[in-house]
Design a binder for this molecule. Structure first.
Ligand code: SER
Length: 319
C-alpha cells in the first residue's frame, strides 16, 4: 500500500506547520516536503525534501513515483492580493499546478487535498452565515481560481474516482511562517507589530469583519477531512470551515487586554479593502461539523493569548 504523503508549497504559511504535524502523525520518512524555494539547512534534516515546480508534470510524476506517494496536500498557490496584481501568473500557478497534480493523482492513484478559501465567494454571496451551497461568483482572479479548482476537484472525483477533498479556509493566523500577499494578512502582521512596537497601521477599515482561524485548528481540519470516511461525505470540494469572525478593531481591543498601550491606526489599501468587502463576514460550517465532526478549539480570546505568548517567545529568541 502507498502511504507516503507529498506536501507542495511546504515552505509557506500552512506548509511550515502542516509538514511537522503530518510527520508527527505518520512518521518523518513518510512525509515529503516540496517547494520551489529551498529550505534553510536546519529544516532539510527534518525529513525528505524535493525541489518542485508544480507546473512541471514530469517533476510531479517523478517525485510521486519515487516516494510511492499516496496522498498529496497541494498548497502551492498565490494569495489574493498578489493574484490581483499578477492575474496571469496566478492562473498559471493556481490552476496549472492543480490540473497537473490532479492528472498525476489520477494516473498514480493518489488522494488529493486542496485548500479552497473564503475567496471562492463574491459580492453576490450572502455575507452572513454564508451557506455551504450558495452563489459563487467571485470578482477576483484568486476567487476565480478557487471556484474553478473546487469544480475541477469534484470533476476528477466523479469522473475518474480521484479522492479529492478540500476546505474553504478563512484567514489563517500563525506565528511560525508569515503569510504573503493575502488580504487577511493584517491579522498576523498586527501581532508582530504589537509585540515589537505596540503600534500597527492596518490596511483594512476598522469594521471589516472576516472569518478567521488559528493555525493549530486549520492543521487539525486539513488532516481531519482527509481521514474522514469517504462513505459519509456528501460534499467534497470544498467544506466551509471557520473558528471565529472579527474586525480589526475587535482584534486590537483583544490585544489591548494584554498590551494596554497598543495603538492601531488605519491607512486603507483600496485593492485589499475591495477584496475583503466581497468576502463573507461569517460562514456556516454546519456541513463540516455534521459530515466529519469538525469543531474548532480556539476562539478570539484563546488565539490572541496563545499568539502573544508563542510569537513573543519566538521573537525574543531571534531578535
Ligand atoms: N488568506 C487568504 C488571502 O487573504 C484568503 O484565503 O488571500
Amino acid at each position: 500500500m502507498k502511504t507516503a504523503i507529498l506536501v507542495t508549497g511546504a515552505m509557506g504559511q500552512i506548509g511550515s506547520e502542516l509538514v511537522p504535524a503530518l510527520r508527527e502523525c505518520y512518521g518523518a520518512d513518510n512525509v515529503v516536503a516540496s517547494d520551489i524555494r529551498m529550505p534553510a539547512k536546519e529544516r532539510q534534516t527534518a525529513g525528505p525534501f524535493e525541489h518542485l515546480d508544480c507546473t512541471k508534470m514530469q517533476q510531479i510524476r517523478d517525485i510521486v513515483r519515487h516516494h510511492r506517494i499516496g496522498t498529496i496536500y497541494h498548497l502551492a498557490a498565490l494569495l489574493s492580493a498578489t493574484a490581483e496584481e499578477k492575474p496571469q501568473a496566478a492562473w498559471h500557478l493556481n490552476m496549472g499546478g492543480l490540473y497537473r497534480m490532479l492528472e498525476v493523482a489520477r494516473q498514480q492513484g493518489c488522494a488529493l487535498f486542496f485548500p479552497s478559501s473564503i475567496g471562492a465567494f463574491g459580492p453576490t454571496t450572502p455575507h452572513d452565515n454564508t451557506p455551504q451551497d450558495t452563489i459563487q461568483r467571485p470578482t477576483t482572479m484568486y476567487g476565480v481560481t478557487k471556484v474553478s479548482a473546487e469544480l475541477l476537484c469534484d470533476y476528477y472525483a466523479r469522473r475518474f474516482g480521484v479522492d479529492a477533498r478540500g476546505l474553504r479556509l478563512p484567514g489563517l493566523i500563525s506565528h511560525v511562517a508569515p503569510p504573503g500577499g493575502g488580504t487577511t494578512d493584517y491579522a498576523v502582521e498586527i501581532f508582530y507589530q504589537a509585540i515589537r512596537y505596540r503600534h500597527y497601521t492596518c490596511f483594512l477599515k476598522p469594521d471589516t469583519r472576516l472569518d478567521m482561524m488559528y493555525m493549530p485548528d486549520a492543521i487539525r481540519a486539513m488532516i481531519g477531512v482527509m481521514e474522514a470516511d469517504p462513505e459519509v461525505l456528501v460534499h467534497r470540494n470544498s467544506f466551509n470551515v471557520t473558528a471565529m469572525s472579527f474586525t480589526p478593531e475587535e482584534l486590537a481591543a483583544e490585544i489591548r487586554k494584554h498590551i494596554p498601550d497598543f495603538v492601531i491606526d488605519y491607512e486603507v489599501d483600496p485593492i485589499r479593502q475591495a477584496i475583503a468587502d466581497s468576502w463573507p463576514r461569517s460562514m456556516d460550517d454546519g456541513a463540516a461539523r455534521e459530515e466529519w465532526g469538525w469543531s474548532p478549539g480556539y476562539d478570539l480570546a484563546s488565539m490572541t493569548e496563545d499568539m502573544l505568548n508563542k510569537l513573543g517567545y519566538r521573537l525574543r529568541q531571534t531578535e
